[in-house]
Every structure is written in structure tokens, then in C-alpha cells.
Design a protein around this ligand. Structure first.
Ligand code: ZN
Length: 480
């Protein structure tokens, strides 16, 4: 804790940051959304989602062509042609485009989702509301794997395209629906689009998963929509210890397993320094602005955040991951053949996640330095992707943030750095501004159902989410 005198000094000198004012929607564009009966549109979207959840796209193996075909059938009924691009047998991406009505004044706006979902243990779910049930229960809740991650958002994007067409919204740029496969394992679907088809996609901005609205995130009664504008990079390593092979009955210090244990111990002494990303300062500023009072005063001032909030952020694993370069041992590989045989090589697998501004090379050097006292240790790089980010001074970011808080006094939206990565990480190096926001408002318990059991989303969320997304898309793509 800082001394009182220093703290007092901070209070005097710390200024609230003054960001540029957010952009606004062109006048009169609300009429396109106001003309739609959203309750009815929400009912329809809920039915479409229920059907989509019943399509088995567990990855592995994926089978995303089934999901892509389901979406293509919905579009076909509206007279929108979809293109299916196979990236492996039975696995396809989908592209569907509404072209600009006149000359385009901007690059395409892309709506991205992934078709695949992580596996689910059906026995752990309620019998009549299983992961492939697509049941809409008596409380208007839609059940199934992917309801939140991310078939729900996929349907909001699909129906946004459908409603742009039905409502004859004049477009000043192409709006492109992208539904891809294999996001949950190797990102093969997005890699195909980025490597082979980007010249004709060339998304100026895109919306994807990343953040959603979490109720009571920091304060009781306040929902925070953290819109992901940056994602940490990933450095995956194999750390191999070598030593003399031998008999288990005769331990000596130069054995590979002993060395590996020492090296892992050495890595655990890492004490990464907190680095608060500019996006997090901005999110806290917006939270503070709405919260008011002494807490709000502190949150609006980066210097005071450094002094008074960093400790709290470091004390919880999810927030600590957002402000440090993390490295975690996630498994071990050995070449042992029997309990009494000491192998000549054993390895640990390490997953490091890097903040923007930190290179994979720098972290590798740091780890090498930590284990330099242990003999026979070598690192192999399995994967190295640097972090990347998009500016949030952007009309589409503003539109998403504006629409999701509209009419609500208990909701705040702002940019954030996401500790995990999504397909957005692949799009940003192509010059696309990528934002992660699923316009659903969930409790912390519901958030835990993503990749867990009982994944579900309410029809109310689908209805409001569709309207929010449609309005945000119209704001930045409508022709004058
Ligand atoms: Zn996802």
C-alpha cells in the first residue's frame, strides 16, 4: 500500500482521462429498426436457434457442413444465396453477402461466428434439456451446447442479414455473414478464409465472440459489456529434460525426470509484473463514470487505478490473466516404458499467454533464464502467435457500445483485452478491425455454462440481442 502522503499527492495530481467523444449514428436511421416487430422477430430467431442447436457439430470431429447447410437453408428461403467452402471432408465454412445498394463507400462489414461447438457430457445435463435438445422450456429458455458459444450469436447475425433484406435497408457497403468451422480446436475454418479467400472478403470491421454482458460483474446491479478489442497471443512450448537412462531402483540427480521437476519448480518462481492495457483503463473509466462516488472517481483515473485497483486485479485469476504474461504447465510427456525404467527424456507442455507489446521471443528468453541453473533443459516452440488489437476509436465499436446500453441505466459497455483468443486474432493482421461482443446479458453462473453443462440462453436475450445487433449494423452500413 502506498503511504498516505503519496496517496494524498495522487489524489491531487491524478486527472480523469478525457477520451474523444464517440461517433454517432446518421440522423433518421432508427426508422429501419423501428418498423420491425421485435417480439415477433425474437420468437422466430429463437425457433431458428433451437433448430441450429439440434444440429450436431461437436468438435471433434466438427461436421460443420451440417450446420452451414442449416444456415444456408434459412437464407435460401429469403432469396439470399450462401456459398459453402469445404476445408476438410464434411467440414465447411459459409459465406453469404448482401451487396451495397449503390457504390460502396466503405469496406465490407462482416458478421463472424463459428459453427462448431465443444463436446458435452449429456449425462450431466437435465434429461429433457440435453446438449442437442434445442428445447425451449416453459420459462422461455433455449437449451443446448452452443446457445452462448456461439450458435446463439450466429443466429443473431443470420437474422440480421435476413432482416436487412426483408426491410429493404439501403446499404452503403456490403454486409457479409461468415460462419466458420473448427474455431474450438485448430481454427482451420478461419485459416482457410484468411489464407485463400481474403482478397474478396476484405472485411473493414467485424463482430465476433469475445465479450458478453455480465450482471453484477464488479458492482451489484450493474451489467458490464466488455467488448473485446484485443486478444493475448499464445506461445506453446515443450520443455524437455534429458539425462541418463537407468533403473528406477537407483536414483541419481542427473536423471531426466528429476531435472524436469527442478525446471518446473524454477518456472513457478516467475512473478510477472502487472501491465494494465489501455482498453482496461478505458473500461474502468466508463464503469466509474456510471458508478459515481469515490469509487467512480478512482476508476476514472489511471494513476489511482494503478495504486488502488491493481492489487485487487492481481488477486483473482481471471483478472490477473488480463494484466500479466502468464505461463502454465498444462501436461507432461515421457518416454518411460515401465514403472522401473528411468527414461532419457521427459517433457512438460507449457501454455504462455502474452499481452500486446510482449513478443514470444522475449518470454522464451525469460523462461530460459529461469531454468538456466538446471542442466539438460531444452525448449521447443510448438506455436507462437503474438497478441493483436484494434482501436476502439471506431464507428462500429461505438455503434455496438451505444446500442447495447441504449434505454438502460444499469448497463455499461467498454473495450477490454481478452485473455483467450478467437478467430479475430487471425483477421486483425489482414487490416480488419475486429470486435468481440455477443449482445446477451448473463449471470456469472450462466457464463460458466460455456464449455460446461446446462448451456442455455433466454428468448428475451435473443430478442434484445437481435435488435441491438441489427441497429448497430444499420448505424454503420445504411446508405444516406
Ligand atoms: Zn466460441
Amino acid at each position: 500500500m502506498p503511504s498516505l502522503r503519496l496517496a494524498a499527492l495522487c489524489l491531487v495530481c491524478a486527472c480523469a482521462t478525457t477520451p474523444p467523444p464517440p461517433s454517432e449514428a446518421p440522423p433518421g436511421v432508427e426508422r429501419h429498426a423501428d418498423a420491425i416487430d421485435w417480439a415477433k422477430a425474437g420468437d422466430e430467431a429463437a425457433q431458428v436457434l433451437a433448430g441450429y442447436l439440434r444440429v450436431d457439430t461437436f468438435n471433434p470431429p466438427g461436421n460443420e457442413t451440417r450446420g452451414a447447410q442449416y444456415l444456408a437453408d434459412v437464407l435460401a428461403k429469403e432469396g439470399i444465396t450462401a456459398e459453402l467452402l469445404e476445408f476438410a471432408p464434411g467440414r465447411s465454412n459459409l459465406i453469404a453477402r448482401l451487396p451495397a445498394t449503390g457504390p460502396a463507400n466503405d469496406k465490407p462489414l462482416c458478421l463472424l461466428s463459428h459453427i462448431d461447438v465443444v463436446p458435452a457430457e449429456a449425462v450431466a445435463w437435465p434429461k429433457d434439456k440435453g446438449p442437442l435438445s434445442g428445447v425451449i422450456d416453459e420459462n422461455g429458455v433455449i437449451w443446448g451446447r452452443g446457445a452462448l458459444d456461439m450458435k446463439g450469436m450466429g443466429v443473431l447475425e443470420l437474422m440480421t442479414l435476413v432482416w436487412l433484406k426483408r426491410a429493404n435497408v439501403p446499404l452503403a457497403r456490403d454486409v457479409v455473414l461468415l460462419a466458420v468451422g473448427d474455431e474450438e480446436v485448430d481454427n482451420l475454418g478461419m485459416k482457410q478464409l484468411v489464407e485463400q479467400h481474403w482478397s474478396r472478403l476484405d472485411c473493414g470491421q467485424l463482430v465476433n465472440e469475445g465479450g458478453l454482458g455480465v450482471k453484477n460483474l464488479l458492482f451489484e446491479g450493474q451489467t458490464v459489456f466488455a467488448v473485446s478489442v484485443a486478444e493475448k497471443g499464445a506461445l506453446w512450448l515443450r520443455m524437455t529434460a534429458s539425462g541418463e537412462a537407468g533403473h528406477g531402483s537407483t536414483p541419481v540427480p542427473s536423471r531426466a525426470p528429476t531435472r524436469l521437476v527442478e525446471a518446473v519448480k524454477a518456472l513457478s518462481t516467475r512473478t510477472p509484473k502487472p501491465q494494465i492495457h489501455a482498453a482496461l483503463y478505458e473500461l474502468l473509466r466508463r464503469i466509474g463514470e456510471q458508478k459515481g462516488g469515490v469509487t467512480g472517481f478512482v476508476l476514472q483515473r489511471p494513476l489511482l487505478v494503478d495504486w488502488f485497483v491493481t492489487g485487487r486485479l492481481m488477486s483473482k485469476p481471471p483478472t490477473r490473466a488480463g494484466i500479466t504474461n502468464t505461463c502454465q504447465v498444462t501436461g507432461f510427456d515421457g518416454k518411460g516404458s515401465a514403472p522401473n525404467v528411468i527414461p532419457s527424456q521427459v517433457s512438460a507442455i507449457i501454455d504462455c499467454r502474452l499481452l500486446p507489446g510482449t513478443t514470444p521471443e522475449a518470454v522464451l528468453e525469460e523462461l530460459k533464464g529461469l531454468v538456466k541453473g538446471v542442466e539438460g533443459i531444452e525448449f521447443t516452440v510448438l506455436n507462437a502467435d503474438g497478441a493483436n488489437e484494434s482501436t476502439w476509436v471506431d464507428p462500429f465499436f461505438d455503434a455496438l457500445a451505444r446500442q447495447v446500453v441504449k434505454g438502460r441505466t444499469d448497463v455499461v459497455a467498454g473495450p477490454v483485452l481478452s485473455p483467450g483468443y478467437t478467430d479475430s486474432l487471425l483477421a486483425r493482421p489482414k487490416g480488419t478491425r475486429a470486435y468481440g461482443m455477443v449482445p446477451f446479458e448473463v449471470t456469472q453462473e450462466e457464463l460458466g455454462t460455456m464449455h460446461g453443462r446446462d448451456e442455455r440462453v433466454s428468448k428475451a436475450n435473443v430478442t434484445r440481442g437481435l435488435e441491438v445487433l441489427f441497429r448497430a449494423v444499420v448505424d454503420v452500413s445504411v446508405a444516406p
